[in-house]
Design a protein around this ligand. Structure first.
Ligand SMILES: Cc1cc2nc3c(=O)[nH]c(=O)nc-3n(C[C@H](O)[C@H](O)[C@H](O)COP(=O)(O)OP(=O)(O)OC[C@H]3O[C@@H](n4cnc5c(N)ncnc54)[C@H](O)[C@@H]3O)c2cc1C
Length: 289
């Protein structure tokens, strides 16, 4: 199929792009990598009046580090993050997850912000942003605001973004030194969206017995499901991982769809959750020793 007719705009500045977005609101679609938007247009599931191509907005392309986070501009491609030494050092969980996002070819164009804007419940990038307690920077003619990922994702393909707002950056808290992280996923074929994915982190502060952990579950409900907690370091980390993943199994309400039933998803959460969390806990305990 071919797209329904639309007007194509390629603004040269963020101000111009925001002014177009303010004018057209929900009749506009933003073109970043085009990997999700292209099929949506071709199948006429999206019929925008105007497509705003943001690829010339160099101000959205950078990776910037501050004391507390990495700020990834809206045009940062998924492959750039995989190749960035800074991201590999400071955001190992995200880098591990990106290996499961599509294919080399899709990652070389696809942006992180485009994936977050789509808010597919099976997407790996929104899952990582949620479990790492990241934030979405939204900009419009009215100003700039930062929305915590937990509040940004409101349902399948539903977000807190207003029609005149653009995601201008994602703010990723830096993994604390000594944190352990692990990512696990099952999909029908390599590169497909997840049936279930698990993003886990754990941290033990040097000299302390308290272990903090986080487990994010993707593909299970209509948005990332996150569990966080603190426990005294037990003698057996495998037992702790099993206990926490079984607690996760008890509190989720998995979806059923043509790819998998709720019971299978529950089984995967128990299995993958335990595996990912055990690895993260082992790294954290080893790092703090
Ligand atoms: C073969 C294939 C396999 C894939 N596999 C996976 C996978 O396993 N996991 C996964 O998560 N994804 C997968 N994807 C999707 C891929 O990750 C996309 O790159 C991503 O979802 C969208 O990013 P994009 O830059 O291409 O956005 P686009 O397609 O350009 O835009 C997508 C949507 O987001 C909006 N948007 C884009 N940028 C912004 C912005 N800055 N502010 C506000 N709204 C914006 C657009 O208006 C549009 O509605 C796959 C895609 C393909 C083609």
């Amino acid at each position: 199929m071919k797209p329904a007719p639309f007007e194509y705009c390629r603004p040269e500045s963020l101000t111009e792009a925001l002014s177009l977005l303010g004018e057209y609101g929900d009749e506009a679609e933003i073109l970043a990598g085009g990997l999700s938007l292209g099929p949506l247009l071709n199948t006429r599931m999206a019929r925008p009046t105007v497509v705003i191509d943001i690829n010339r907005l160099d101000e959205l392309a950078g990776i910037e580090r501050s004391d507390s986070h990495l700020r990834l501009g809206a045009l940062v491609r998924q492959a750039e993050v995989q190749d960035s030494a800074e991201c590999n050092e400071l955001l190992p969980l995200l880098v591990a997850a990106l290996g499961y996002v599509g294919h080399y070819q899709t990652r070389s164009r696809g942006t992180l912000a485009g994936s977050v804007a789509m808010a597919d419940p099976s997407s790996e990038i929104p899952l990582c942003l949620a479990i790492l307690a990241g934030e979405v920077e939204l900009t419009s003619g009215r100003g700039v605001r930062q929305v915590p990922a937990d509040e940004f994702f409101q349902g399948a393909l539903v977000t807190a973004r207003a029609d005149d707002e653009m995601i201008t950056a994602l703010l990723w808290p830096l993994d604390p030194p000594g944190a352990g992280t692990a990512f696990e996923e099952i999909s029908e074929r390599p590169g497909d969206f997840a049936i279930v994915s698990v993003a886990a982190w754990a941290q033990q502060k040097p000299g302390e017995r308290l272990l903090s952990y986080g487990v994010g579950l993707g593909g299970v409900e209509d948005r990332p499901h996150c569990l966080r907690g603190e426990v005294d370091t037990p003698d057996d980390l495998a037992d702790l991982a099993a206990e926490i993943s079984q607690a996760a199994v008890r509190e989720i309400s998995p979806v059923s769809d043509q790819r998998a039933g709720a019971d299978y998803r529950r089984h995967l959460v128990g299995h993958l959750g335990c595996r990912a969390l055990h690895r993260a806990l082992q790294q954290a305990a080893g790092g703090a020793a």
